[in-house]
Design a protein around this ligand. Structure first.
Ligand SMILES: [Zn+2]
Length: 315
């Protein structure tokens, strides 16, 4: 492992530990069960940490200008939005932040990271939601998002196309499911490293028994020693999953589409206010509730990756 990589991992670890107040352990763990977490891959591998720090510095120095302009991304955030004050929080805002400027009568969260299941339940219980059975799965979204999705499904059907969920967890998720995603990386990695003799069985048991809060810190400490927890075990877990509490699915404004490879399906979804906003996650669509021509007015910018168009915060 080269020293540059070590310093990057160390930097990320420091950021995460600094921000770890955001991630308290849930009161209960959900069983892993049949929930399909594959759709929720978050890949930070394209994020150059030096660029991130530099852009944060630039963001800070431009803050006065942003305030005076009263436009752009920051001005379109919900009133009372809790701006992240740490590097990881700002990175998460850049990676997932498009959802916070959603329109069309929906309620985006007013913070980047939910602290625990209680906070998620509190947010979700205040929403006007709608349920429907789509592709054999019972799904729940914020009501305007569901209405727009069903309009898109109708338009697709008229052209002989399907728009269906990738799995039962393609729409709403709970906080505990995001903890489950984190565990779906940590637990197999522990088995792997015990098998390689890098950790003892006692170490693995101790780590598994930790709260999510403590486990995040411990996992990142081990990664400083080259014991990695990403799915392929060759890089930081931060490049593989989001920390618990950050998924757009918690907001009931995201939908993972089975037919995401079909350009016409993507066009129909776009026409109905559903856009791709997380560059590393191809099946994942976010309800933004406006026409494509209005997105730049919300402070989002167009980005092309893997031949797809993504709308991300222009920060
Ligand atoms: Zn998704």
């Amino acid at each position: 492992m080269n020293s540059n990589l070590i310093s990057r991992i160390t930097f990320i670890a420091a950021c995460v530990v600094a921000a770890s107040g955001c991630w308290t352990s849930p009161k209960s763990q959900s069983p892993e069960g049949p929930v399909n977490y594959r759709n929720e891959r978050v890949d930070f591998s394209n994020t150059n940490v030096k660029d991130l720090v530099n852009s944060n510095k630039a963001m800070n120095s431009n803050r006065e200008d942003d305030r005076s302009k009263k436009e752009g991304y920051a001005a379109n955030l919900p009133s009372g939005f809790e701006q992240p004050t740490d590097d990881v929080g700002r990175m998460l805002l850049r990676e997932y932040g498009s959802v916070f400027v959603a329109r069309g009568g929906v309620t985006p969260p007013a913070k980047v990271v939910f602290r625990d299941q209680d906070e998620v339940s509190g947010f979700q219980s205040g929403l006007k939601t709608s349920k429907a059975t789509i592709g054999g799965s019972r799904l729940e979204l914020q009501a305007p998002a569901m209405e727009a999705l069903q309009a898109a499904i109708g338009q697709a059907r008229a052209k002989g196309l399907d728009i269906s969920p990738r799995g039962a967890d393609s729409a709403k998720r709970t906080y505990d499911e995001t903890v489950g995603l984190w565990k779906s990386r940590v637990d197999p990695a522990l088995v792997h490293w015990v098998g390689k003799g890098k950790l003892t069985k006692a170490d693995a048991d101790r780590i598994k028994g930790m709260s999510t809060f403590d486990q995040v810190k411990e996992v990142l400490r081990l990664e400083e020693q080259g014991i990695y927890f990403a799915k392929d075990l060759s890089k930081s877990i931060i490049y593989s999953v989001a920390p618990p509490g950050t998924s757009q699915h918690l907001s009931l404004l995201a939908f993972d589409v089975k037919e995401f490879d079909n350009a016409e399906v993507r066009r129909i979804l776009n026409e109905n206010g559903w856009f791709q906003t997380v560059a590393s996650d191809l099946p994942h669509f976010t309800y933004l509730g406006v026409k494509e021509s209005e997105l730049s007015g919300l402070g989002l910018k167009r980005m092309t990756s893997s031949g797809r168009t993504f709308w991300v915060p222009d920060v």
